[in-house]
Design a binder for this molecule. Structure first.
Ligand code: CUA
Length: 341
């Protein structure tokens, strides 16, 4: 085999590899996952999927028809092409006016449905986008002590009840998107946008920032947990309580090291002197599904690694690395924080 045929063989293999990877990517996109607009878990996501399918199928049929006509026009002699000017008036004027008008009416109806709570008082949740995490507030829920319930990177909502999510941003424009539950909504500094989510199928769904917002845009994810109403009330009751008292010497040492290291100037842990507001509230951090906005699994090992090397794991985020903490302190802090369910 000479060099040239070797090279073209290699190129063919590359093509085949690319086609295979593309096909597998498509298949993976069709899999039922926690973040899929193709597997809606609520009625608003369903309405958006229906609209998408109608647009894609309708657009596909029109595209194929136009391509067939164009192909025929290339091979047919002009005098064999019937219709003449009727094609221009019918296909270029009447057809688009009728189709686009019908679609517009349908889209207005869908948009109306998406903002409709069906006469039910929605649960209100305020979400603020930060580089690169999500502050979540339940403005109508007060914790023990009287402040508004505040958490991070995770929304827990009751199944079946509409939720009005009021979104804004603290620094740059972000976009709130939970494909399994609804559409995207821009988060704009100094401006509030509203979005109705309805979760009908209990489960955990992944949300992702959908607007490029800087170096760690890809590591800005969150969870939406849809719970049956009674489980949701249990969660609320637990979340209202301050952090549990440390159990045993290691957890106590962890809490003391956390306070000594100054973590409380950015983070709040209710029930301790830590009351910072610059970073996520950690009062119940151990009960969340992930750390650092979907970046790491929520385990003591990952948490210790995050505290020691936050800038290495997620460069330019606002949490400094703490390489000065000794191994024992790090481990104790992580064990204590993980105990805060
Ligand atoms: Cu926040 Cu992209």
């Amino acid at each position: 085999m000479d060099r040239r045929s070797g090279r073209s063989e290699g190129r063919r293999r590359n093509w085949r590899g690319a086609a295979l990877a593309g096909g597998m990517g498509l298949l993976a996109a069709c899999e039922r996952g926690p973040q899929s607009a193709l597997h809606p878990a609520g009625r608003n996501a369903e309405a958006i999927l229906d609209l998408t399918l109608i647009l894609v199928a309708g657009g596909g049929v029109i595209f194929l028809f136009v391509m067939a006509l164009a192909g025929y026009a290339v091979i047919a002699r002009p005098e064999r092409f019937p219709g003449g000017r009727a094609w221009i008036i019918g296909g270029g004027l009447v057809f688009p006016i009728v189709t686009l008008t019908a679609l517009q009416v349908y889209e207005f109806a869908v948009a109306r449905q998406l903002s409709d709570t069906g006469g039910v008082e929605p649960l209100r949740i305020e979400v603020t986008g930060y580089m690169w995490w999500w502050e979540v507030r339940y403005p109508d829920v007060r914790v023990e002590g009287g402040e508004v319930l505040r958490t991070a990177n995770r929304l827990v909502i009751p199944a079946g009840r509409p939720v009005e999510v009021v979104v804004t941003a603290a620094d740059v424009i972000h976009s709130f998107w939970v494909p399994s539950l609804g559409g995207k909504m821009d988060m704009i500094p100094g401006h509030e946008n509203r979005l109705i989510l309805v979760g009908e199928r209990p489960g955990t769904y992944r949300g992702q920032c959908a607007e490029y917002c800087g170096a760690q845009h890809a590591l800005m994810a969150f969870d939406v947990v849809v719970e049956p109403p009674d489980r949701f009330e249990e969660w609320l009751a637990a979340e209202r309580r301050p952090a549990a008292e440390p159990e045993g010497p290691q957890q106590t040492a962890g809490r003391d090291a956390f306070l000594r290291a100054g973590c409380g100037s950015c983070h709040t842990v209710r029930g301790t002197p830590a009351n910072g507001a610059a970073g996520p509230d950690l009062t119940h951090v151990g009960g969340r599904g992930a750390l650092a906005a979907g970046t790491l699994p929520n385990t003591p090992e990952a948490l210790a690694g995050w505290i020691a090397g936050a800038q290495h794991i997620k460069p330019e985020n606002r949490m400094p690395s703490f390489p000065i903490l000794g191994g024992d302190d790090l481990h104790a802090i992580a064990v204590w924080l993980e105990s805060l369910k």
